[in-house]
Design a protein around this ligand. Structure first.
Ligand code: FE2
Length: 295
């Protein structure tokens, strides 16, 4: 097992690269940091690589990149991955600010990328659109959530933060309540990609901005149970669900084993558990346009 510390960026393939670049810059509010043939690198306004776009036959999440401890030895990481019986490839200069990266497939064929050092690729840029402060998490529809939870815990060092019954699992690799989620559904695909906003005021301006562009909010605002994040969801032109959230639970000290206390917690302390439906603290149920992602 190795131990990744945080998510860096996701690589999304798209049949229409320009349309996705336009969405992620003008609506989501990321910065186009670099563009080459069939590929674009998008950073947050504070300069962290968050989304890599590549031309592909269909819209899908092809890869997720995680950062391990900056002082980790990349050859040790490679041996740790191969010790799990996985075929691991190394790539040089895979993305701006990253010198070397390891890559292997998870059970559904999404490529997991691991690196140790990263240089920010921009910084404090004025942007149009919503302007998240970081990439927060990715959720995937799979046939067997437990199998994927076991894989990410065993290979990459994730911990289980919460389950909803036996069909939705939330995994953390750092203080954030979840960085990767797996939900049971019919088709293996990305369920949503989530970006963290600064605060409630930022959620409000995001909703006003989406409303002004006549982009429907398909669920929220509301406050989830697992993770307790305040959320809104909409779809991008590739029909992918985009979440904007704030106030996600944090486990600041793993040895304590509970999430930092918050007024909206119903458990004292808030420890990882299995939730039963309905789970949200407040807010209305999701729209049919949200629910169809698992069907
Ligand atoms: Fe989410």
């Amino acid at each position: 097992m190795i131990a990744v510390k945080r998510i860096s960026h996701a690589t999304l393939e798209t049949p229409d690269l320009k349309r996705q670049i336009d969405y992620f810059t003008d609506i989501a509010g990321l910065v186009l940091a670099e563009r080459e043939n069939g590929r674009a690198y998008l950073a947050t306004k504070v300069g962290d690589l968050a989304v890599q776009l590549e031309t592909g036959d269909q819209a899908r999440c092809a890869r997720i990149a995680f950062q391990a401890a900056p002082d980790a030895d990349i050859d040790d990481l490679r041996r740790g991955i191969e010790a799990e019986g996985l075929r691991c490839h190394a790539r040089n200069d895979p993305a701006p600010g990253i010198a070397k990266m390891l890559a292997f497939d998870d059970p559904k064929g999404t490529v997991c990328e691991v690196f140790v050092g990263q240089t920010p690729i921009g910084g404090n840029r004025a942007i149009p659109g919503i302007g998240p402060i970081k990439l927060g998490h990715l959720a995937f529809v799979v046939d067997e959530p437990k199998r994927y939870a076991d894989f990410y815990c065993r290979v990459l060092g994730f911990r289980v933060s919460d389950w909803i019954e036996d069909w939705f699992v939330f995994l953390r690799c750092g203080p954030d309540h979840h960085t990767v989620n797996f939900v049971h559904g019919k088709r293996r695909q990305m369920h949503h990609i989530a970006f963290e906003l600064k605060d409630w005021a930022h959620i409000q301006s995001a909703c006003d901005f989406l409303g002004g562009r006549k982009i429907p909010i398909i669920w929220g605002p509301g406050r989830h149970g697992p993770g307790h994040n305040v959320y809104t969801y909409h779809r991008n032109p590739d029909d992918q669900i985009i979440e904007m959230f704030t106030e996600l639970d944090k486990m600041l000290d793993e040895s304590l084993g509970y999430f930092d206390p918050r007024p909206w917690h119903r458990d004292r302390p808030q420890v990882p558990k299995v939730w039963t439906m309905p789970t949200d603290i407040w807010g209305l149920p999701p729209s049919a346009d949200y629910v169809r992602q698992r069907q």
